[in-house]
Design a protein around this ligand. Structure first.
Ligand code: HEM
Length: 499
């Protein structure tokens, strides 16, 4: 065959080859169409467009441009963000199973294949081990019966806080620091039957939160190895070393003696008094109890106390709501202590709580999930291993869903039937689906009990004659969504307290 004939045969063959390639590529790109999103930069992806501070606000702005479901890139990894009730319902309900993984760093997975599966938050998938742990949480700590049996502990701890504040009458108080101690000791008593810290900051629990915060900041920081899995054999940033040191040595050391004391006490004896007793009775080792305790305090103390801070700030800023809440508390509570059984008679206060967590959800993006398998959401592909977020902050402030969304209007919840139990996809302060917060009932009890008790016993003033209307309500995302300027309050006794 001469060159000319070869050429005349090759050209149509090549044309056919490229034609079919184009068709295959087109149809597969249709099948694998990612949700729209801003164009990623080479290598780093959209990291700089998201920014480090307040990513929920960046994602909200992007969703206004690109739609309810967007995709971004962080290095080589794909990040999907849903920002409407429909997107939330698809992610957390329709595809709950496929999208219920957690993003555990590749370094931890490689080096400690089982360790990260020892608590709920960082269990990488909803497998039998996760179900077992979640069941233990539910039955031994957070079930209706378990909560009921410890109501008196919560009431006593809140009353101790009220009495402490009475001794500080007229002084300038950073409220979050005080309610943090209460939240910590409520969990300390539920898990170890002991207080962990006092109001002067002494006790074995005094450093827990700073250490937990340090840990979460390290864990949440984008890792080179996760962005570029090719680097996953090396701990280039010393990340793994730092994480393991904090988990095993710094946090582990805090309760090792207390757990040992309990082991000695429970040795073959009576029924479990608290959560750690139950774990010991089930044969958990210290290495297994440690991550569960870390999770309990990380998930349950800061979220509760920062929500109380926002709640009080909103009531101070919205005097009309404050007056209605006060009238309700004064009318419904007859002694000088609030009991949890009284809370059902405080629907307006509950509406104020719901409105607080609408505007200030502690987890504005929930806790990141991971796609365990490729799935199709709203006509787009979410590839396996993508990180998936739900921007509840954006949903909670969407004028298409909420009338006058930026205003604190508790009345919107009265008679609305809207609950935070994970069934209303326009209102998900505790998430939804199988990974939903298991501590939601306990948190709401503690928060309502605390605020009702503070209303019952004190008048609240803002120091330095600051006009409540001008109070700075800026937020800042750290390990959760904080009030940027800590709230200072002066408490004045109003004559109710038992001295
Ligand atoms: C105001 C207080 C609280 C808020 C706003 C809050 C919020 C959340 C949110 C948004 C999630 C993620 C849900 C999802 O991905 O769908 C979560 C998970 C979790 N929360 Fe809470 N939480 C609070 C208090 C508590 C308390 C008191 C505890 C424990 C006593 C707790 C334990 C947990 C745990 C263990 C998880 C992980 C569940 C899993 O991955 O299976 N939380 N929380």
């Amino acid at each position: 065959m001469n060159l000319g004939t070869m050429f005349t045969l090759l050209v149509p063959l090549l044309a056919i080859f490229f034609f079919f390639r184009m068709i295959i590529k087109r149809s597969s790109s249709k099948e694998h169409k990612l949700p729209p999103g801003p164009r990623p930069w080479p290598i780093v992806g959209n990291m700089f467009q998201i920014g480090r501070k307040n990513p929920h606000i960046s994602f909200t702005k992007m969703s206004h441009l690109y739609g309810p479901l967007i995709s971004l890139r962080i290095g080589q990894r794909i990040l999907i963000v849903g920002s409407t009730p429909d997107a939330a319902s698809e992610i957390l309900k329709t595809h709950d199973h496929a999208l219920s993984g957690r993003d555990v760093s590749i370094l931890l997975r490689n080096k400690e294949p089982t360790f990260h599966n020892m608590n709920l938050v960082f269990t990488s998938q909803c497998d039998d081990g996760w179900r077992y742990l979640r069941n233990i949480y539910k039955t031994d700590l957070l079930s209706g019966t378990a909560l009921e049996s410890r109501a008196n502990i919560r009431e006593n701890k809140v009353m101790e806080m009220v009495k402490y504040l009475a001794t500080k009458e007229g002084e300038d108080i950073v409220i979050k620091d005080v309610v943090f101690v209460t939240a910590m000791n409520i969990l300390g008593n539920a898990s170890l039957s002991m207080d962990l810290v006092d109001y002067e900051g002494n006790g074995i629990g005094s450093g827990i939160m700073d250490t937990v915060r340090r840990l979460v900041m390290i864990v949440a920081k984008p890792q080179l190895a996760d962005m570029f899995p090719i680097l996953s054999r090396w701990d280039l940033e010393g990340w793994y070393k730092q994480v393991m040191h904090i988990i095993e040595h710094e946090l582990g050391a805090i309760w090792v003696d207390s757990i040992q004391r309990k082991r000695n006490e429970t040795n073959g004896s009576s029924s479990p008094k608290d959560f750690v007793d139950s774990l010991i009775a089930k044969g958990f080792t210290n290495r297994q109890i440690n991550p569960l305790m870390e999770e309990l305090f990380a998930a349950g103390t800061e979220t509760t106390s920062l929500t109380i801070e926002w709640f009080i700030a909103e009531l101070l800023k919205n005097q009309e709501a404050m007056q209605k809440a006060r009238d309700e508390v004064m009318k419904q509570i007859h002694g000088n202590e609030v009991n949890e059984s009284d809370l059902v008679r405080l629907p307006y206060l509950e509406a104020c709580f719901k409105e607080t967590i609408r505007l200030h959800p502690a987890g504005p993006l929930l806790i990141p999930r991971k796609a365990m398998q490729t799935c199709n959401v709203m006509g787009y592909t979410i590839p396996k291993d993508s990180q998936v977020l739900v921007n509840v902050w954006a949903i909670n402030r969407d004028p298409k869903i909420w009338d006058d969304p930026l205003r604190f209007k508790p009345e919107r919840f009265i008679g609305s039937g809207l609950s935070y139990k994970g069934n209303d996809f326009g209102y998900l302060p505790f998430g939804s689906g199988r990974r939903m917060c298991p501590g939601e009932t306990m948190a709401s009890k503690v928060i309502l009990l605390t605020v009702a008790s503070l209303i019952l016993n004190f008048d609240w003033l803002i120091p330095n004659n600051i006009n409540p209307m001008e109070m700075n309500m800026d937020e800042e995302m750290d390990i959760a969504m904080y009030k940027k300027e800590p709230l200072h309050v002066i408490f004045k006794l109003n004559g109710h307290i038992a001295k």
